[in-house]
Every structure is written in C-alpha cells, then in structure tokens.
Ligand binder design. Structure first.
Ligand SMILES: [Zn+2]
Length: 295
C-alpha cells in the first residue's frame, strides 16, 4: 500500500445512520490502517421518525431533515470517513394493510438506471477497490434499502464499462462487491445465549422466537472481518445520530465485553469479484492488496 495510491472502500447506504449500524467497525478499522473510506448516502432520511424518546419534541420534528445532516456530519468525523449524499428523497417505510403507495418523487420510484448514475459518478471519481451494499432483500424490508442494493449492483457492473454512462468520468472497475450480513440468526442467537449466561436481560428473545429460519442468511457469510476493538467507535457514531437511536434501547443492550468476546467480527457475503481470493476470508481486500503497487 502506498501513499500515492492507497486502498479505497466505498459503502453505499440508504439513510444517514445506516452506515453506523452496518459495517461501521469495519470502516473504522480500515481507516486506522490507512484505507480511504467513503460513504455514499442515497437519501437524506427526510421521512424518518424521531426514535429517541428524549428528543421526541415538536421543535425536533420540525428541523428533522437539517438535524439528520448535522448528525451525519458528526458520525462521519467519528468514523473518520468521507461521506456524500446522492441527493435522493427518502421513500419512508410504508405501513398498513394494504400498504399505501410510495410518495411521488421518492428514491424507490426513480428508475434504477437513472438512480445509479450519481453512484457511477462517485465510483469513477473515488475509484474504490471494494464496494459494500445490502443484499437483494435490502437486509431489512425498506424500499430504500432494496433500491440501494439495486443501484449498487448496476453501478458496480457499469462503472468500468466505457459505453455506459459515458459522460460520468473515466471508467473504473471496482474489484469486489460485498453484501452486509449483519443480522444473522447465528449471531443474534449467540449474543442472546451469552447474555442469558451472564444474567443480563436479553432483548433478543422475541426476535429469535419469530425468526423464520428460511430467511436466515448465516450460510451466505463468506467473510468475517475482526473489528471488535472498533465496536466502541461504532456505538459512538450511532449515538451521534441522536434522533434515530434510543441510547437506552435494544441496540446497546448487549454488554460491550460480551459482544467483543462472543462475536468479534462484522460479516459479509462476497457477491461479485474480479480478483481471486480464497474463501472464507477475514479481509475485504483479500486478493487485492498484492495488486496495489508497493514502492
Ligand atoms: Zn435505512
């Protein structure tokens, strides 16, 4: 790795705060190793709620879009990453039966080829070796998360092709595309059992009881990145999204030492690769590091 051409990692996320709950410790670890890390945030999170009871006040709701930009700026500093908004509008999480239609002009309704354009531009400018995104189900059934997956796959495949998006910069082919595999049954069950063992009050019991094993992603994990020493950085970044997280809620219920001991990694599925690497991996840059010229 050289100063002239360091390794680069691009994480594509749907809303401000998603970067702090999925892969944040991985990013902090790579930043500490000298990797350049960029977060591309598809939407401004304008349709999010105030999820922190201590901040659930009218003056907070009024300023929510601006507050989310400010919170993102704090999280960006804590994680040590660069970050850009792609400029799409949050689709909101439709609720009810039947589901209401998505709001006009929202991210999820933008045709995928068109919505991928600003991401292609970032890939060609930032030239990441590795791109992180969500799996095809969004990792969480929010229309913006599924759209984030869709545009990431299109951009990964198009950015290196000079015939696609010809006006958006010099072609650049990232080497690897990964999906976050953060909430696997295996991990949540391990954390739950460890909490029960130390006599802590586990928030996961109900979640586990309702978990459809058919929808578990554990078997898809190809890559486990050891990053336990950066879990506190992850939590600090998450807390910076003050309107979006209850500091007394489920996210922080599992004691830090239990997490670090029981599940010291963040996990991924290698979805596309143009380089050779041996699975399972413990490094997102496996197969790439040797290709970057050393002085
Ligand atoms: Zn989100």
């Amino acid at each position: 790795m050289t100063d002239a051409d360091p390794l680069r990692l691009l994480a594509v996320h749907a809303h401000p705060d998603d970067e702090s709950s999925k892969g944040a410790a991985t990013m902090a670890k790579y930043v500490a190793e000298g990797v350049q890390v960029m977060v591309a945030t598809c939407t401004g999170g304008e349709r999010g709620s105030v999820l922190n009871p201590a901040l659930d006040r009218p003056e907070i709701w009024e300023r929510l879009p601006q507050l989310r930009v400010e919170e993102m700026a704090r999280a960006r500093e804590i994680l040590g990453v660069q970050q850009e908004f792609l400029g799409f509008v949050d689709s909101g999480l439709p609720e009810g039966d039947p589901l209401p239609p998505l709001p006009e002009g929202c991210f999820a309704l933008v045709p995928t080829e068109e919505a991928a354009a600003p991401l292609v531009e970032i890939i060609r400018r930032f030239r990441p070796h590795v791109v992180l995104t969500y799996d095809e189900r969004g990792g969480y059934p929010h229309p913006d998360h599924i759209k984030t997956h869709d545009i990431s796959v299109v951009a990964f495949e198009a950015a290196g092709d000079p015939e696609r998006y010809p006006d958006l910069g010099e072609p650049w082919q990232p080497s690897k595309l990964y999906y976050h595999m953060t909430f696997t049954l295996t991990r949540v069950r391990a954390l739950h059992e460890a909490m029960v063992e130390v006599g802590a009050d586990s928030p996961y019991a109900e979640w586990l009881a309702n978990w459809d094993p058919e929808r578990d992603m554990s078997s898809r994990v190809t890559t486990r990145v050891p990053c336990a020493e950066y879990f506190p950085v992850r939590d600090a970044a998450l807390i910076a999204h003050a309107t979006q997280i209850d500091p007394n809620g489920r996210w922080f219920a599992c004691p830090m030492d239990v997490q670090q001991r029981v599940w010291p990694t963040e996990d991924y599925e290698l979805a596309r690769s143009v380089v050779d690497s041996t699975l399972p991996e413990d490094d997102l840059f496996a197969g790439i590091r040797s290709e970057v010229p050393v002085p």
